[in-house]
Design a protein around this ligand. Structure first.
Ligand SMILES: NC(=O)c1ccc[n+]([C@@H]2O[C@H](COP(=O)([O-])OP(=O)(O)OC[C@H]3O[C@@H](n4cnc5c(N)ncnc54)[C@H](OP(=O)(O)O)[C@@H]3O)[C@@H](O)[C@H]2O)c1
Length: 330
């Protein structure tokens, strides 16, 4: 099969697009004929060696996928050949990735693709959707009627958080770095948008939420805790999930006096049951049209190296080139 893989960690040029043997589905695994995959920043950290993980070389890159079950292992109970499925959390913790024509995936990481939802949509919403769900539901315990601030609402994670917070019934304020991206955030359902490049976020937030926001979702790799804690309401919850190297100052006094909470998590450490709870809501919201994948562009899988470079330049280099997900098709 054709696959995008690496023989050693390093820059995007290390990604080889070539032939590898197709995997066989063992035990509770399904062999998936991949129709679409999506790039996530974590893919680039793993490929680059920034996140140290045991990698089975040749290592097929990528976490997200959507496709069709081609074959099932002897212990598979929930799926059969021909079923359309999507999922994430591959290419992590010793597992092979998904950027190939076929992938063997344990059925605990597979979810049915809703009727009427295409593979590009399903792949693009996978990791970011489950991340948004874990953060809003498990960590922040967001309630209907609360106000959520999303710092970075047009990005992969941010665009899922904006839509999901609206689906839960919250009021959403978000930031973006250009008029075009602000418009995208409005289309995703944001009630109020702030241009972080031309407006003062602190001042605008004070006008929009004078008593503070109930949930602050930070997508930035270097959070400004003075700004965030200042913007939180009493008993507000802040979600952090990016920036492994970040060591910013933290305003201890204002934080505890307001009774705030800080919740951090990494999606790929969530259990299969926790991830499936998110996937079930995602499927329902996809079906109801309350959640749509935010796809920036679709490329052939042979462009995997270029896609990694673009993702890296946009997320780490802050080039702003992307507004959403890169989807690749084998
Ligand atoms: N913990 C986890 O489980 C988990 C899961 C997924 C992702 N992550 C991490 O979360 C981060 C975001 O991922 P992503 O896929 O959403 O990346 P992304 O698509 O590149 O989005 C980055 C976002 O940051 C915004 N941004 C940049 N500078 C900003 C500023 N000064 N103020 C406000 N917003 C700013 C961008 O807005 P503009 O484009 O408008 O400038 C964009 O919306 C990455 O570091 C990723 O590794 C963690």
């Amino acid at each position: 099969m054709k696959a995008a893989y690496i023989e050693r960690t390093g820059p995007p040029e290390n990604i080889i697009f070539g032939e590898l043997a197709a995997p066989k589905p063992a035990d509770a695994q399904c062999l998936i004929r991949i129709a679409a995959v999506a790039v996530n920043p974590v893919d680039t950290y793993i490929r680059g060696g920034m996140i140290k993980m045991q990698l089975p070389f040749p290592f097929i890159i990528g976490c997200d996928f959507a496709g069709t079950v081609a074959e099932t292992g002897p212990r598979v109970r929930r799926f059969k050949p021909g079923d359309r499925v999507w999922g994430s959390n591959q290419g992590l913790l010793g597992r092979q990735g998904t950027f190939a024509e076929y992938a063997s995936v344990d059925e605990c990481w597979l979810y049915p693709t809703p009727a009427g939802i295409g593979e590009e949509q399903a792949a693009a919403v996978a990791l970011v959707g489950i991340t948004a769900h874990l953060g809003l539901v498990r960590e922040a315990r967001l309630k209907r009627g609360e106000t959520v601030f999303v710092n970075g609402g047009s990005g992969g994670v941010g665009s899922a958080v904006v839509q999901m917070a609206k689906a839960i019934g919250a009021r959403v304020i978000t930031t973006a770095g250009s008029d075009r991206k602000l418009e995208l955030c409005r289309k995703l359902g944001a009630d109020f948008v702030i241009n972080y490049k031309t407006q003062n976020v602190e001042t605008e937030l004070k006008k929009l939420a004078p008593a503070g926001v109930n949930v602050w979702w930070e997508t930035l790799r270097e959070p400004n805790f003075d700004l965030a804690v200042g913007g939180l309401a009493a008993r507000g919850r802040m979600v952090v999930m990016a920036g492994r190297e970040a060591r910013p100052p933290f305003p201890v006094g204002p934080f505890y006096v307001k009774g705030c909470a800080l919740r951090g998590f990494v999606m790929f450490m969530a259990t299969p049951e926790e991830q499936r709870a998110g996937a079930e809501d995602i499927n329902r919201w996809l079906g109801e049209g309350k959640l749509k994948a935010n796809i920036d562009r679709v490329l052939p899988l042979s462009e995997a190296a270029a896609a990694h470079r673009l993702q890296e330049e946009s997320t780490i280099g802050k080039s702003g080139a992307l507004s959403g997900k890169i989807v690749l098709k084998p």
